[in-house]
Write a protein that binds this ligand. Sequence first.
Ligand code: ADP
Ligand code: MG
Length: 636
Amino acid sequence: MSKINILKPEIFNKIAAGEVVEKPASIVKELVENSIDAGATKINIQVFDGGISKIIVSDNGSGILPEDLRPAFLPHATSKILTENDLYNIATLGFRGEALASIASVSQVEVISKTSETNGHSIKLSGGEVVVEGEKGSPMGTYICVENLFFNTPARQKFLKKPKKEESDITSLVSKLILANPRKAIKYTADNKVIYSSTGQGLKEAIFAIYGSSVLDNLIPLEYENGKYKITGYIGKTSYFKPNRTYQTIMINNRWVADSIVNVAISQSYESYMMKHCFPFCVVNLTVPNDEVDVNVHPSKLEVRFQDAKAIFGFVYHAVTEAIYSDLTKKTTEETEVKEPTFELKRAPETQNLNYQNKQENTSEQSKSNELNLDFILNSPVETNELHDSADSVLSEIIIEKFASMPTSTNVETNVDTDISEPIYVPKPIQQQLITKENENNNDMLSSQIIGKAFNTFVIMESGDNLYFIDQHAAHERLLFDKYVKQIKDKNISCQPLLIPYTINVNSAEEQFLLDNLEMLKSLGFEIYEFGNLSFRITAIPSSLPNLNVENFFKNFLSNLNNYKQLKNIDLIRDELAETACKHAVKGGDDLDKEELIKLVKDVGNGDVTLQCPHGRPFVVKFTRREIDKWFRRIV
Ligand code: ADP
Ligand code: MG
């Protein structure tokens, strides 16, 4: 038989603490919101070791009466709700009356507070139990110090992240609190280093305190109301986008909310100006009648529910599109120049490490003469090449070994007995390299030779009873790509210094993301280091990516911040490598000479080359003698 136990308050509080005190940042949030509720105009936040060892929040607010100090730590103790009706008209930030109780139950807390009518008093608790209490000199307001988080709940301590990560979460949160409270002077230090210090003089000043001066020229003021709703703040210009959502701050009735229909409406307003992986900048506050919004969907109160989401969406969309439109039309009348977005881009110097000459310039000349280059075709057998004499017989072997193992075009076609009355037989591309034991018949090895080329694009090789067409561009692209990848895998990377270092300015979430991935970036050949607060400097890029657009690369890179997928180094630059390989490979139409063709074919035959370009196109197609005979009805 089971017996129902009524939990003792200290146990109940520890459970409740799980809801409120998820991590150090949630403590900071609760404490700062209490300060704001107490009417403070100055708030000082100090954290140590990411808030794990210590969090101090002090304010110049109304203070707590000495007789209320103890009750403040009781669950459901609040000075903010008296009746049920108050629940539906909540103007203050905190109201659950359990934050202090929850925090105190899992840490060691000291509160010193003084109201205008009383002397300063202090109370110290450990794990929710009062340790000392008494009078203590203090300026007007409240000082709360929370130490040794989860000291009495080791299981939860294990879930704490590294101090740097917890600190970064606090920093992100504080940036939102500062933007949501532009009339409060908020100073935030982490391990005694000042991170933010806002003046309390208004929203533009608050934006400056968080994002620095560069953003100020890129703002469109927003102010719109329809009698019921009101939206105010700043949105980014249509030339100013950010690589992830961390630059969007949305408040509902002055309270920051993580995600809502408002974000969607704003993003959609920018849709026609925005590229992929871009997010508009915004710091806006939406004012909605208190009884039309439910802020209690989530215990940490970051989500909201609107009574009429459709109306809210329409209102915000209209307000933002109007503001964008008036900014754009203002721009054309004033003929202001388009601002450079976000990043200060410094171009990488160009270097080319081509194995093959890019002979693009010759192609037009070549196409002028309509003659077939018979000379080349007739003299092309590998054994006649003087430069590659010794390598050639080996070359033939390697190539043939590789190619003989490929399926014929008819193997790929499901119907082997293709209707021979078709005038032109076009084989399906070989989708993948199928090497099977049965196919390893290398009798024709010795007779392998390059017998010519077609359209300055396809190398034609004959090998026993097989004929191969190799797409020179796609083949070379694959070789270069593999070379780059191998260099990375072998850690044989080199970097190429940038003439002018490139600086990225980031926010704290991005900072942490970059710090987490710094080693990986270095392993790819980037030289990157933190350069002052919230800024990184890139002094070198991988030499395998000489034409890398550093700005775009880091924009893309930071767009991964919203993903949960673990980044792997090669994946990160796969597209860039493929693009570079494509750019540096010989082109279709380039007139390659014999040596170049031999080298290309030899390299393809060497080692485990996938017979597809990095984009997945096959570059070798094989015809068998049998097939060709069928074309001419030599056999049926
Ligand atoms: P809630 O904020 O939901 O009321 P809390 O546990 O956060 O519950 O706080 C309990 C009470 O302690 C508050 O209602 C308030 O009266 C008092 N209090 C907490 N922090 C402060 C502060 N910084 N200044 C003044 N009063 C405070
Ligand atoms: Mg509170």
